[in-house]
Design a protein around this ligand. Structure first.
Ligand SMILES: [Zn+2]
Length: 558
């Protein structure tokens, strides 16, 4: 099958990752191996460099939480230096079938400036592409709903007409065979009803009573031994069959059997489960995990250099007992680093305090501005010098090429001359490439500012923007616009590190309000992780500055 060519934004030479998934069902049109093989061929045809392959096998696309490689992919693109130019997909249904997730993660990746390209969903480039993609997402959502409905249709009759349920009954119930008709060969067709098991019921009642009274799962387990392991109690307490209601797929049969648990005890237990579930989802889902850390994507381990990311742990699943810290990703994987956690608030407070009390004061800003202006001038001078050298070279080569061409016309067929010409043209191509590159490059001169303007910019930065008036979501892009990285490690009883930063966009801060906002805002407003401003021209354009940071676990807040 011919695949859709890559968009113009993914020219040959681009680095791409791919994500493939199969759903394990019989309907899939191509296995992950087939998808990968085709994607590999596709990359060769279009000159794309295939770097990482993320594969999730036999998992439903419904929720991202269990999709290990998908989560790896999202995680691996958090840092600018790790990002591919694009991500290739077999189709959008393979990406995420849940509408919200698909939209969320696509927006997230686009905010990270990564192009998402499906080999089989025809989507035009530009504005309308997003709209069509949105409709594809909706139809995938519908497909998913449909598939699960189809699969259950046959079983519905069994449950509705006969009260029979396939599979193993839950604990506390046993199977009772029922003859529901005759098969074609005349033999009786037997199915099973679930009926309460009097041998187990007392222990189940005891478990619910204990749960309602606030006992922990391990206390309940010690007393009742209903299951072999603690893990199995997770879904047990939410099964409505204990109050007589059978739930099967989307079917609900009230009064399926006599209730084992009274409704009052049941309600108390459900409330407890809900509270725990809430505390857990708000902590575990990647969407939530990504959001509250002010320095997300900026912190690196002072021992091994690996990125550190925000890690929230909740003891006993109680919200008030949270531990929030930045953790070395290598230490987290136990992959050769043993760096301790760095407490989130202490680090964030130290960074903000260092910025407000040292780095962003008018005097420091003025000094940075001077250094920056000098280095920009220097780069611009170098660029002009190089350009004039290249221009001379170009002229010389053009003359030589013209002469050689004439010579070939006179002494036709001279292999030596033809070789010479080829050689000259190749040289000119190299020179031209560098010349064009340099013409496009602009070392934007940093505008000069007087003392008053610098003081005003300093006030805006330290008070309006970083003075604690803005929410984390608003502060993060501001920090990302001029902090390159924060390196931190624990030494003895304190934390030490350094702040690596650029000159903040001072002139932009002083723009009148009707002009575009000073900081790059992301193309879609839903997500964090805004574009980090890309330095114009060569990386040497933005001067790095460094400042030490030092703090203890309990630090004052800003
Ligand atoms: Zn480390």
């Amino acid at each position: 099958m011919p695949h859709l060519p890559p968009p113009s934004t993914l020219p040959p030479g681009s680095i791409v990752d791919t994500y493939v998934r199969d759903s394990g069902g019989p309907r899939q049109d191509a296995s992950t191996d087939q998808q990968l093989a085709e994607i590999q061929t596709y990359c060769q045809q279009h000159g794309l460099t295939l770097r990482n392959k993320y594969v999730d096998v036999a998992k439903s696309g419904g929720s991202t939480v269990t999709r290990d490689d998908f989560n790896k992919l999202i995680d691996a693109t958090r840092h600018l230096e790790d990002r591919p130019h694009g991500i290739l997909l077999w189709n959008y249904a393979r990406f995420a079938r849940d509408l919200d997730d698909a939209i969320y993660y696509k927006a997230l990746l686009r905010n990270r400036n990564i192009i998402i390209h499906s080999l089989t969903d025809p989507i035009p480039e530009g504005q309308y592409g997003r709209i069509i993609e949105f409709f594809i997402d909706i139809s995938n959502e519908e497909k998913r709903r449909q598939t699960s409905t189809d699969a259950k249709r046959g079983l519905r009759d069994l449950v509705l007409k006969h009260g029979c349920v396939p599979g193993t009954p839950p604990i506390g119930f046993k199977r009772q065979p029922v003859e529901i008709g005759t098969r074609r060969d005349g033999s009786p067709h037997i199915a099973n009803r679930w009926i309460p098991d009097p041998d187990v019921i007392p222990r189940i009642k005891r478990a619910f009573e204990m749960r309602a009274a606030g006992s922990t799962l391990s206390q309940i387990h010690t007393q009742t031994h209903i299951f072999g392991s603690l893990n199995s109690y997770k879904t047990f307490f939410a099964n409505k069959i204990f109050i007589g209601i059978l739930e099967f797929g989307d079917l609900i049969i009230e009064n399926y059997c006599d209730p084992i648990i009274d409704i009052n005890t049941w309600n108390i237990v459900q409330k407890i489960i809900q509270d725990y579930a809430h505390a857990r989802t708000s902590e575990r889902h990647p969407k939530r995990l990504a959001s509250p850390y002010l320095l997300s994507g900026l912190v690196y381990c002072g021992f091994c250099g690996a990125p550190m990311s925000g890690a929230t742990t909740t003891r006993e699943h109680i919200t008030s007992n949270r531990d929030e810290s930045y953790r070395c990703s290598r230490a987290k994987r136990k992959a050769g680093c043993s760096a301790s956690r760095v407490p989130r608030h202490a680090l964030e407070n130290a960074v903000i305090a260092t910025l407000r009390e040292q780095i962003l004061l008018p005097d420091s800003l003025a000094a940075m501005l001077e250094v920056e202006r000098h280095s920009t001038d220097h780069s611009e001078t170098k660029r002009k010098e190089r350009l004039s050298i290249l221009e001379d070279e170009k002229k010389k080569l053009s003359t030589q090429i013209a002469n050689t061409t004439n010579a070939i016309a006179i002494r036709s067929g001279s292999q030596a001359l033809i070789d010479k010409l080829t050689d000259l043209e190749a040289k000119r191509a190299v020179i031209l490439a560098e010349y064009n590159e340099l013409v496009k490059t602009r070392y934007q001169a940093t505008p000069a500012m007087n003392q008053e303007e610098i003081s005003e910019a300093s006030r805006i930065l330290t008070e309006d923007l970083l003075g604690g008036k803005l929410p984390v979501e608003a502060m993060r892009p501001i920090l990302q616009s001029f902090i390159n990285k924060v390196v931190v490690k624990k030494e003895e009883k304190q934390f030490v590190g350094s702040l690596d930063y650029f000159l903040p966009p001072l002139a932009d801060l002083l723009r009148p309000p009707d002009e575009p906002p000073p900081f790059d805002s992301a193309p879609t407003e839903t997500i964090m992780s805004p574009k980090r401003p890309v330095p114009v021209g060569a990386p040497l354009y933005r001067r790095h500055f460094q400042h030490p940071i030092l703090f203890k676990k309990k630090s004052r807040s800003f």
